[in-house]
Design a protein around this ligand. Structure first.
Ligand SMILES: *[C@@H]1O[C@H](CO)[C@@H](O)[C@H](O)[C@H]1NC(C)=O
Ligand SMILES: *[C@@H]1O[C@H](CO)[C@@H](O)[C@H](O)[C@H]1NC(C)=O
Ligand SMILES: *[C@@H]1O[C@H](CO)[C@@H](O)[C@H](O)[C@H]1NC(C)=O
Ligand SMILES: *[C@@H]1O[C@H](CO)[C@@H](O)[C@H](O)[C@H]1NC(C)=O
Ligand SMILES: *[C@@H]1O[C@H](CO)[C@@H](O)[C@H](O)[C@H]1NC(C)=O
Ligand SMILES: *[C@@H]1O[C@H](CO)[C@@H](O)[C@H](O)[C@H]1NC(C)=O
Ligand SMILES: *[C@@H]1O[C@H](CO)[C@@H](O)[C@H](O)[C@H]1NC(C)=O
Ligand SMILES: *[C@@H]1O[C@H](CO)[C@@H](O)[C@H](O)[C@H]1NC(C)=O
Ligand SMILES: *[C@@H]1O[C@H](CO)[C@@H](O)[C@H](O)[C@H]1NC(C)=O
Ligand SMILES: *[C@@H]1O[C@H](CO)[C@@H](O)[C@H](O)[C@H]1NC(C)=O
Ligand SMILES: *[C@@H]1O[C@H](CO)[C@@H](O)[C@H](O)[C@H]1NC(C)=O
Ligand SMILES: *[C@@H]1O[C@H](CO)[C@@H](O)[C@H](O)[C@H]1NC(C)=O
Length: 827
């Protein structure tokens, strides 16, 4: 409520919007967006532990700049401030670059300012000596953030694509300082090998001290990137009365339980520039500046621009994007951009439930914060192609977030594909994860393959989208055929986790990924989950090859059936028979193996990654017919699906999204995304998918700060929820959307650029189950539709007649199994 009042105040003060809003669209849907949704853990109010790690600061859709506060969390054993923000930490500054929703080693937190009201006991190189508690709850709305610090200074932030504007109000004390620590970055509590490091920097100020520019060089983070610079340029609206630049020796990054070494104070200088050291030196001196303003300054503003090319370009972004010193026009244009580009893609007349509207629009918001659109800002090569960074990670987003972009924002989806292909042109591999312009890390398959195939089969092969499909397919083939250099990651030294398919040698020679055997030196980590994901990747290749390289079509289709080689037909668990199993290179398995057990913690060197083998057994979306046959037919498959929702069957850690329930199904992580809807593959059982959809969303998703049951993962969890609310679920790489049941009585969804998909219901107040259905005016008895049905209809859309009865309406063909193949192996 507070949030909405504030926005009303801000908006009423604005006269000239700087961006034109879609003329047919005037409603402000940002009122339903809470940027804090997904920042706290379920069951851990006030803490980020187990939470979404969502970035709550101002940013444009896919904006380079994500301007927010950075905090020092104290509970280092549970919490990383992956997006800078935690609810309970002390503030160490504001900074310009962040990820949203990620896990793993924190990345970014660069280009810093911190307002100080005293220098007593402050060592500007030691953030523990100046960090500040917050004395009021932070406030955030689209394009705006406010924090009030214990030292009597408040900071209000807004952002454009490449710049940020901050307004500090000094209220209580006499002194007014802005500290700029070029060596500031997010600390990491875990994954020490992937911690970030400050390497070097340069800072120059104007003679009067009202402007400064320079760069910092950093390395590490989730992708373990090497040294690379981030350039900045900043100015103040007030001339400081005093400026001192400073430098001090290199310090190690903070990590849990390290006794933070005593950090000596820096050397101050009146010179107008300060340098860390020789350009390529990684242990250069930490540098910064302390800007002191006259005591009558009450409001101080600063514009900060970012570039990956040079600091003059960062200055140009300030002059082109921030022409005013007032925050309002930029808040207004952020609101306009989010409305026109993102939120208005889904509209409803059904305003009966504000909670649901907030879930929908906060979800859409978080789905469009990443990747970052760095077009024109590629620091590694010159290109006419779009450049995106912060794929963190495709392993998370390929399952349904990228498919949402293909349906509702095909131009954007195509640009993302073009950027992936351009990375392949220059770096030999598309990324699975990428941040800081560096590929890494790969959790399973080479999932850019899935993103490309999904785009290809859903119309982005049309020339107007500008994707060079010859190159795109060559990029996919690289993943399928070229063994990437092993990066010997400590999490799994058996094969590369940087890019491509680290376990490809097994996939090529055995047709499956074999279990690591330290004695023989054979096999790889994550053998089951990588077998599963490589299968889908090869299925993806087969779908694109159909037209582009017909000679490859059967080859990759054959390879996609590799999972059948590790299917153990007589292996029993919880009354069910037939499971995937880790096989050694000689085809045998450890007799003690149980599909309820992934190894130690379902991580890099275990047999499955962030999910149990029981769960991964469901991940054959392209050949459900063989899977159902292997499971003993529809009835046993249904019982087995039912079993994964029984509380208490999860045995030990599943690595991520943990704590969200005790069933084998894990609502908090991606491997479980498609499972609840597989009832659609069983005749007359679609109602059970609806039942699961309702149960899971009701239990684990809300509009609150703890509104997602695990790391948001760049919006992947939110995209899963949004598909549920819409009543459809995409089977990625296939021309298939499973039908669920919408949560709104009517929805208009903007699809294919210029068309509207109408989803209408009657009887929603009676219950969620489908009584009957029409698709584009035709009565419908199948539990699925095609992309063409959604975008190519006559505008009739999908009309649901809903009710409380669990009706067996879906008597038509079950969804197809386009990768159907039984290779005849019976283990
Ligand atoms: C900061 O000061 C300005 C000017 O007095 C005022 O309009 C604004 O509301 C203040 N902001 C905060 C967060 O106190
Ligand atoms: C605080 O400074 C230490 C180095 O002394 C650094 O490792 C850490 O990342 C900083 N923390 C934040 C939140 O800036
Ligand atoms: C750090 O110390 C805490 C408390 O003593 C302990 O529980 C935790 O395991 C330690 N963490 C690491 C990474 O050593
Ligand atoms: C910087 O200039 C001030 C004012 O002229 C002077 O007091 C101070 O000693 C100088 N500092 C250094 C490090 O030279
Ligand atoms: C602060 O004081 C200086 C010098 O006395 C004066 O020039 C300036 O206008 C004052 N600024 C404000 C914001 O009052
Ligand atoms: C959906 O679009 C139709 C026109 O195609 C319009 O009549 C209806 O009001 C729209 N509904 C929403 C929720 O915008
Ligand atoms: C609104 O939707 C939420 C989420 O589904 C639900 O918990 C709540 O009961 C609904 N409120 C009303 C009044 O129907
Ligand atoms: C695709 O790129 C290749 C070189 O990478 C080029 O030879 C070919 O002409 C391009 N195709 C199209 C349609 O632009
Ligand atoms: C595909 O597999 C079948 C047998 O499963 C085999 O007969 C055929 O030659 C294979 N095709 C290719 C292209 O590998
Ligand atoms: C397995 O079978 C036993 C005995 O019929 C039954 O009690 C149990 O509930 C079954 N377990 C599951 C997971 O279906
Ligand atoms: C297969 O390999 C495993 C692991 O190296 C070994 O323990 C087992 O004895 C081998 N079995 C056969 C039949 O060679
Ligand atoms: C599975 O068990 C059955 C009956 O015990 C046996 O006939 C069959 O050969 C076994 N199959 C495999 C692949 O071991």
């Amino acid at each position: 409520m507070l949030l909405r009042l504030l926005k009303a105040l801000l908006l009423s003060a604005i006269v000239t919007p700087t961006l034109s809003i879609d003329s047919t669209f005037s409603e402000d849907l940002t009122e339903y967006v809470d940027p804090f949704c997904g920042t706290e853990g379920q069951g851990n109010p006030g803490s980020a532990a187990g939470g979404g790690n969502v970035f709550p600061g101002p940013a444009l859709p896919f904006g380079v700049v994500k301007f927010g506060i950075d905090t020092t969390a104290f509970d280092w054993t549970n919490v990383d401030a992956n997006a800078g923000y935690t609810p309970d930490g002390f503030v160490t500054g504001v900074s310009m670059l962040h990820e949203s929703g990620t896990g793993g080693a924190p990345t970014y937190g660069f280009v810093h300012q911190m307002p100080l009201s005293t220098l007593e006991n402050v060592n500007v190189l030691d953030n523990f000596t100046y960090m500040q508690e917050r004395v009021e709850p932070d406030i955030a709305s689209v394009g705006y953030y406010k924090t009030v610090l214990a030292n009597g200074v408040s900071a209000e932030l807004t952002a454009t694509a490449h710049a940020g504007l901050v307004q500090y109000n000094f209220t209580t004390r006499d002194e007014r300082h802005i500290l700029v620590d070029v060596s500031h970055m997010l600390p990491s509590s875990g994954e020490a090998q992937h911690s970030q490091f400050y390497s070097n920097g340069f800072l120059a100020r104007s003679p009067d001290g009202s402007k400064y520019q320079g760069y910092g060089v950093y390395r590490g983070g989730f992708s373990s990137r090497p040294d690379a610079p981030v350039y900045f340029c900043a100015e103040f609206d007030t001339i400081p009365e005093h400026v001192q630049l400073f430098s001090g020796p290199y310090t190690d990054p903070y990590w849990p339980n390290s006794t933070l070494p005593h950090i000596d104070p820096p050397v101050f200088t009146n010179a107008t520039s300060v340098s860390g050291g020789q350009t390529y030196y990684s242990y250069a001196r930490r540098i910064g500046g302390l800007f002191t303003f006259p005591s009558n300054t009450t409001t101080l503003k600063s514009k900060i621009g970012i570039s990956f090319i040079n600091s003059d370009k960062a200055c140009q972004f300030i002059s082109s994007e921030l022409t005013s010193w007032s925050l309002e026009p930029y808040i207004e244009s952020a609101v306009a951009r989010w409305n026109s580009e993102v939120l208005s893609k889904v509209t409803t007349m059904d305003k009966s439930n504000t909670t649901l509207l907030e879930m929908l629009y906060s979800g859409l918001y978080k789905m469009h914060l990443m990747p970052s659109d760095r077009t024109g800002e590629n620091q590694n090569w010159e290109t006419e192609e779009p450049s995106y960074d912060d794929f963190y990670t495709l392993w998370d987003t390929f399952r349904c977030l990228n498919s949402y972009l293909v349906l509702t924002a095909p131009k954007r989806a195509a640009d993302i594909v073009r950027s992936l292909v351009d990375i392949w042109r220059w770096e030999r591999f598309m990324p699975d994860g990428r941040s800081g312009n560096y590929n890494g890390r790969v959790q399973g398959g080479s999932n850019a393959d899935n993103v490309l195939a999904d785009a290809y089969i859903k119309g982005l092969s049309a020339p107007e989208y500008g994707i060079n499909w010859t190159d795109a397919y060559a990029a996919m083939k690289t993943d399928a055929e070229l063994v990437p250099y092993n990066t010997f990651d400590y999490g799994d030294p058996t094969g590369s986790v940087k890019e491509g398919r680290g376990a490809l040698p097994d996939w090529l020679s055995l047709g499956y990924v074999s279990m690591y055997d330290p004695v023989e030196g054979t096999g790889f980590g994550r053998c089951i989950s990588r077998t599963i994901e490589y299968g889908l990747n090869d299925f993806a290749l087969s779908q694109v090859a159909k037209d582009l390289a017909p000679q490859d079509h059967v080859k990759y289709l054959n390879r996609s059936a590799g999972w059948q080689q590790i299917w153990q037909h007589n292996l029993t668990s919880l009354n069910f028979t037939g499971f995937l199993a880790p096989l050694y290179a000689n085809g045998t398995r450890d007799p003690s193996y149980s599909p309820l057990n992934c190894g130690v913690w379902c991580s890099w060197s275990d047999v499955t990654y962030e999910g149990l083998p029981w769960e991964y057994t469901w991940s054959i979306p392209y050949d459900m017919s063989t899977l159902i046959a292997f499971m003993g037919g529809s009835e046993l498959t249904e019982l087995r699906l039912d079993a994964i929702f029984i509380p208490g069957l999860q045995d030990g850690s599943v690595g991520a999204g943990n704590g969200a329930g005790t069933a084998i199904f894990n609502p908090g992580n991606e491997p479980s995304f498609g499972t609840p809807f597989l009832y659609n593959y069983l005749p007359k059982r679609q109602w059970k998918s609806v039942m699961r959809s309702r149960e899971i969303v009701n239990e684990y998703y809300t509009n609150g700060r703890d509104g997602v049951p695990g790391n948001s993962d760049a919006g992947a969890l939110e995209s899963w929820m949004v598909w549920n609310l819409i009543g459809l679920y995409p089977m990625v790489t296939q021309d298939v959307y499973l039908i669920l049941s919408p949560w709104f009585s009517d929805l208009n969804i903007s699809v294919a650029g210029d068309k509207t998909l109408k989803i209408t219901t009657e009887g929603l107040d009676q219950g969620p189950y489908i009584q009957s259905l029409t698709v584009n005016g035709e009565s419908w008895n199948k539990s699925w539709v095609t992309h063409g049905d959604l975008v190519g209809g006559d505008g009739g859309g999908i009309h649901f007649v809903l009710g409380s009865e669990q009706t067996e309406w879906d008597v038509g063909d079950v969804p197809p199994s386009p990768g159907h193949m039984d290779i005849g192996i019976r283990n």
